[in-house]
Every structure is written in C-alpha cells, then in structure tokens.
Ligand binder design. Structure first.
Ligand code: KG4
Ligand code: ZN
Length: 341
C-alpha cells in the first residue's frame, strides 16, 4: 500500500504544502510565493512574511489535498520545517502541523530546512552513498557529506554571507529587483567577465566559503568608477561577480568530492537554479565517474515536497516530535541529525 506524507514549509517567504508518496514521488506540491509583497522593500520583511503565512496556509493546504484527491485520513504523518528560518514564519507552519497531526491522530515530525533542500533530489533519483551536497541558498552555503540517510556532516560552510545573500546584496547595489539571483544570472549570460574580482580560497584544504570580501570589492569597484565618471556595464559586473562565486563553489565542491570519494554530488537550494553554476559544474565533473545531480528548477527554491521527502526518511528512522515542538530559528543540522541518539 502506498504511504502518503504531508509536508509543510513556512520558513521564509513561501507558504508551501505538499503530499509525497513513498518518500520519492510528488503527488501534489503547492507554493504560494510572497515575492511580490517583499519586492518593494528590497528583501524579506519578517513581519510581512508571518502575516502572509497566516493568511495563506489554509488555502494552500486545501489546494494540496484537492490536487492530490486525498484527505488527512490517508496521511501516514505530518512533517514540517522546524528551523532554521524566521521565527514568526516558522511558527505558522509548526502550529498548523501540530493542529493537523493532533486533530487527526497522526505522528508529527520536525524537519531541518537544509535536509529538505538536499532531499529535493530524492524526488528525482535515489541516493547512492556517500553523497556530497552543496547547499547554496539565501541563508546557507554548505558542503555536507552524507554516508547514509538522515546522516549529515558539515565539512565546509560560509564564514560570512551566504551565496544567495551575496547575489541579493549585489543586485540591490545595482538597483535590480528582489530576489537578485535570477536577474544577475540572466544579465551574466549577456555580459563578459571583464573585471577580475577576488576569489576567497581561504586556508589550504579548507572547504569553508567567504563572500563578504567579494561583495565589498564589487561595491568599491562601482563606487570608484562612479567617482571617475566611468560607466561600467551592469551586465559585465554581473558576469564578473558570478564568475567569482561560481569558480569557488565549483572548485571546492570538486576537491571535497575527490577527498571523500563520493558517488554522487548534489547541488541544492535556490542558487542551484543558477545557469552559470549548472554549466560550470557539468564541465568540471564531465570526466568523473560520479553522478552530478541538480533538482529541477521548481524544487530548487523553497517548497514543501522537499520537506515531506526528508520527513519521510525521519519517519522511517523512528523520529517523532512531541506536542511541544517549537520553531527553532537557528536549528543546527548536525544536532538535528543526531537527535535522539
Ligand atoms: O532556497 P531559497 O528559495 O531560500 C532560502 O532557503 O534561502 O533560496 C533563495 C535564494 C535567493 O537568495 C535568490 O536570489 C537565490 O536563491 N537564487 C538564485 C537564482 N535563483 C534564486 N541565485 C543565483 N542564480 C539564480 N538563478
Ligand atoms: Zn531554502
């Protein structure tokens, strides 16, 4: 008999619900984006996000069940992003999940948002361990080694800005609309890498990242050009900035993949939608035996199918949240992975 898992995601600016069958197949996947509401502020406003989630969660859930032709009765469990994210936003999802699970007598399972991004790939293809995941989003830049399901070891992470955050900040400086990533990606394709922006390799052998130096360098270059009355082309700045980000992401992922002898490399999170990154990754790994995976664009950015996919694994591993499950805005991935052990 098929097993259906409900997923709920409200950690940032998407109100999302989904039903996943047997941990791997999307039955329905509904995402209500708030991007339009945050655009005029140039970024996500936490208060606005929470209010939107409250307004949309019921409709999103109704649509999710309607599209699937299923009811709560058929669900094996309710899974929800418990963190990290914006506390007020997370609370809407967590409390909705608790109410549904309690009212229908179903198990409740908390999911780490990054585990969700990684598990978006299992909706495409089964994992073959060891797996290396490069998670690049608005809030995260991490290299994670997985030796088995539900096991996450962070081998590298950003020391300052996340990759997506750097994209959004540079876009803002260029007065491009929020979110900046897709727009810079698009401009990059038209521009040339005429400016040699720095690449932060950090200490020998380190898999950590740093994007704040790059961000300052772009801002200084723009400022100096303005003072000299020079007119730098937006598309060339975009292409040069993107080249710097992509170079470091690709090279560090490649070195980590070699060091740990992984069978699969997964790229996940909003920045995984980046065309420049996809092309460069494919070129770099072309000659390698291992398999390179990117989720389809729709599963790169926040959604609840990924939460249900990760939640399904936690469900089978016996993890159950108590009724006092709370939103945890700074939930650590490693603590999440070792919970109950
Ligand atoms: O995973 P996500 O939806 O939310 C977080 O968990 O943060 O990622 C959103 C981030 C934003 O910073 C956005 O600018 C970036 O992903 N992004 C991109 C692209 N599409 C989205 N960055 C670069 N290139 C893209 N094509
Ligand atoms: Zn995300």
């Amino acid at each position: 008999m098929s097993e259906y898992i409900l997923g709920i995601e409200t950690s940032c600016d998407e109100t999302a619900a989904a039903i996943v069958k047997d941990g791997k197949e999307i039955v329905s996947n509904v995402v209500a984006s708030q991007i339009e509401s945050h655009k005029r502020f140039g970024g996500v406003v936490p208060e606005v996000a929470s209010r939107h989630h409250v307004e949309h969660i019921t409709l999103v859930l109704e649509e999710t069940f309607a599209q699937a032709g299923l009811t709560m009765k058929e669900m094996a469990a309710v899974t929800v992003t418990e963190g990290p994210g914006l506390v007020g936003a997370l609370l809407v999802g967590v409390n909705t999940a608790k109410a549904l699970a309690f009212a229908h007598g179903k198990p409740l399972i908390g999911v780490h948002h990054i585990a969700g991004h990684i598990y978006a790939n299992r909706l495409v293809k089964e994992f073959d361990f060891p797996v290396l995941a490069l998670v690049v989003s608005g809030g995260h830049t991490e290299l994670i080694l997985m030796k088995e399901h539900g096991n996450f070891e962070i081998i590298g992470e950003t020391r300052d800005d996340a990759a997506g955050e750097a994209y959004d900040k540079i876009a803002r400086t260029l007065k491009l609309p929020y979110p900046g990533g897709p727009k810079i990606d698009q401009l990059s394709a038209e521009g040339t890498e005429s400016i040699d922006f720095p690449r932060a390799w950090l200490e020998e052998g380190s898999f950590d990242f740093s994007f704040s130096g790059l961000k300052s360098s772009v801002i200084n270059t723009l400022h100096n050009a303005k003072q000299r009355g020079e007119n730098l082309k937006e598309k060339d700045i975009a292409a040069s900035f993107q080249a710097s980000v992509v170079d470091v992401l690709v090279e560090k992922t490649y070195r980590a993949a070699k060091k740990y002898g992984v069978k699969q490399v997964i790229v996940a999170g909003g920045v995984a939608a980046n065309r420049g990154l996809r092309v460069a990754m494919n070129e770099k790994f072309e000659e390698e035996e291992l398999e390179l995976m990117f989720p389809p664009l729709k599963l790169c950015t926040d959604n609840a199918a990924m939460v249900a996919a990760a939640g399904s694994v936690a469900y089978h591993q016996g993890h159950r949240a108590d009724w006092d499950l709370n939103a945890n805005p700074s939930l650590s991935l490693e603590r999440y992975a070792t919970r109950g052990k």
